[in-house]
Design a protein around this ligand. Structure first.
Ligand code: ZN
Length: 541
């Protein structure tokens, strides 16, 4: 068996792994390289494998650095199934369309310059059509289901607690009477996501591919970062300034909104003076929030409790979703204390760059980074400290205060990464450390070697590493999964939920709803009806 590392090797972005077993060939993730120009240039490279031979693709989660090259795969002829969780599929659809839009508009801009220079136009990496079409290849599943891919390979998606639908993959490969179990950690959550569950523990494996984004870091405590966020907002707005929060539209933005909802609805309550307007200026964030509301069954208990009390956790009085470009531009014509949450999170693209252009020069303002900033990104450059930056051809002085709130990270820190391996009863024979810059990967790999006496490898990009088949006891593992996923038991839980809804007729009184709420509910009930009919067909009822 071998794995070829087609991305996220000694760097964070571009996750893509090619696994070859005796009989099968498949990919795990197919992400975009993001950050500096040199990094992004790698997206055009050949995958270095024969795409016709790839039988399927497994996805850990919807972030673009794990999915962003899927439309390119499609463009180059890939038509095989893509396996993911249902929420990953919902989010990937939104994120890949957005990615295609960015690719197209970047090229349009570039081509105008090329035309003036008398050069031939270039093609975008892919278009919205390819992004839309590749979604038809998705097959989606729930957590803890045993998914039989073919006669030899089974996969279980375990909740990784990193973003909605994110998973660590347990892959069981049965060949020549041996079972090899490979685990791809995917991105592991920080363990303090306000909306999602904590990362699941994995019982063990033969081989582990683990992320190491923060392999050399211990995060600031989450609660401190939430407090700091509120304090900065109050300090800056009391002096009339604007707070810009560059934020990943999917995940981080919803977490920030969730925390602000708790603050303004439950702590501030009627103290209207403190309720500064909060603008979410990202069409994708708006779409993603809708996808979150479609998947509330994946939320943790606290978040579900809020929702069952009737609180829409993504809405509060002083929150406004900016719907169009005009509204977004208007925000920069008038000055008043406010908070603008806008993407992209690393300020490499998107509307946030306009807001930075209009606000960075003013020392009354502040910029708060709430996520990972890749090398070469504008976010990283601002955090490292710089006097001026160039935005849309204009030189802008950096006078605003720049903050980094590490506690909001969506990634496990060194402690949680070590914990992931610690909880494995059967320790891996070999660990491949990926998805981290050199410092993070090396530190984590040294720690793992010294603590568990296990051999680790930090692969180079495009390196191919061979390993012996494993000897995992598959029956024991799968039977535990089966227990957790007893179908009849699940059905009973759904029935109880429907019964509770049915008892409360008022909830469904259309006169008391806005037309948007009515349409949303109506669609969901129709979707449920279709699903029940499909189950009837399968069971022959
Ligand atoms: Zn991720």
């Amino acid at each position: 068996m071998k794995i070829k590392f087609l991305g996220a090797a000694r760097e964070v972005t571009g996750s893509c792994y090619y696994v070859e077993t005796e009989k099968h060939k498949f990919l795990v993730d197919c992400g975009l390289f993001q950050g500096s120009k040199e990094l992004e240039a790698k997206n055009n490279d050949d995958f270095g494998i024969n795409l016709n031979e790839v039988e399927f693709l497994l996805l850990t989660h919807a972030h673009i650095d794990h999915t962003g090259r899927i439309p390119l795969l499609y463009k180059r002829g890939f038509r095989r199934p893509i396996y993911s969780t249902k929420a990953t599929r919902d989010l990937a659809e939104i994120m890949l369309m957005d990615s295609a839009k960015i690719q197209q508009s970047d090229v349009e801009w570039e081509n105008k310059k090329r035309q003036r220079r008398g050069q031939d136009p270039i093609e975008p990496l892919y278009t919205s059509v390819e992004a839309m079409n590749c979604i038809s290849l998705f097959r989606s599943f729930y957590y803890d289901e045993v998914v039989k891919i073919n006669e030899d390979i089974r996969v279980v998606f375990r909740d990784a607690g990193h973003m909605l639908g994110s998973a660590s993959l347990e892959i069981y490969i049965n060949e020549n009477s041996n079972t090899t179990k490979i685990v791809f950690s995917g991105d592991i959550g920080s363990g303090n996501n306000p909306i999602l569950n904590n990362p699941s523990s994995i019982s063990g494996c033969d081989y582990l591919v683990i992320e190491s984004t923060y392999g050399d870091t211990i995060h600031d405590p989450y609660k401190e970062s939430v407090e700091a966020l509120i304090n900065i907002i109050e300090k800056v707005s009391s002096r009339g300034g604007t707070v810009i929060i560059p934020s990943f539209a999917v995940g981080r933005t919803q977490e920030i909104i969730y925390e602000l909802n708790s603050y303004y609805d439950y702590k501030i309550k009627d103290n209207y003076e403190k309720k500064v307007p909060i603008y979410v200026d990202s069409p994708m964030a708006f779409e993603a929030t809708k996808a979150f509301m479609k998947n509330t069954d994946l939320f943790n208990q606290d978040a579900r409790d809020f929702i069952s009390k009737g609180d829409n956790v993504f809405e509060f009085e002083n929150l406004h979703y900016v719907k169009n470009v005009d509204e977004s531009k208007m925000l920069n014509n008038v000055k008043f204390p406010r908070v603008i949450i806008s993407s992209s999170g690393m300020a490499t693209a998107g509307r946030v760059r306009h807001h930075l252009k209009h606000n960075l020069w003013d020392s009354n303002n502040a910029v708060i980074f709430v996520g990972y900033q890749a090398q070469g990104s504008l976010g990283r450059i601002l955090l490292d400290g710089i006097d001026e930056v160039k935005l849309f051809g204009e030189t802008i002085k950096v006078n605003a205060e720049i903050y980094n709130l590490g506690g909001f990270s969506g990634h496990a820190d060194q402690n949680i990464l070590m914990d992931f391996v610690d909880k494995m009863q059967v320790k891996p024979k070999k660990i491949f450390v990926t998805h981290g810059e050199s410092d993070g990967a090396e530190k984590l790999s040294q720690l793992l070697e010294s603590k568990y006496d296990v051999s680790t490898i930090i692969p180079e990009l495009y390196e191919e590493i061979e390993f012996e088949p494993g000897e995992y006891n598959i029956d024991e593992e799968i039977s535990t999964s089966k227990e957790n996923n007893d179908l009849y038991c699940e059905l009973a839980k759904i029935k109880a939920k429907i019964d509770r809804l049915y008892e409360n007729e008022e909830l469904f009184d259309s006169k008391k709803m806005s037309s948007e709420e009515y349409n949303q509910l109506n669609n969901q009930i129709k979707e449920l009806k279709n699903k029940v009919m499909t189950i009837n067909m399968i069971t022959g009822e």
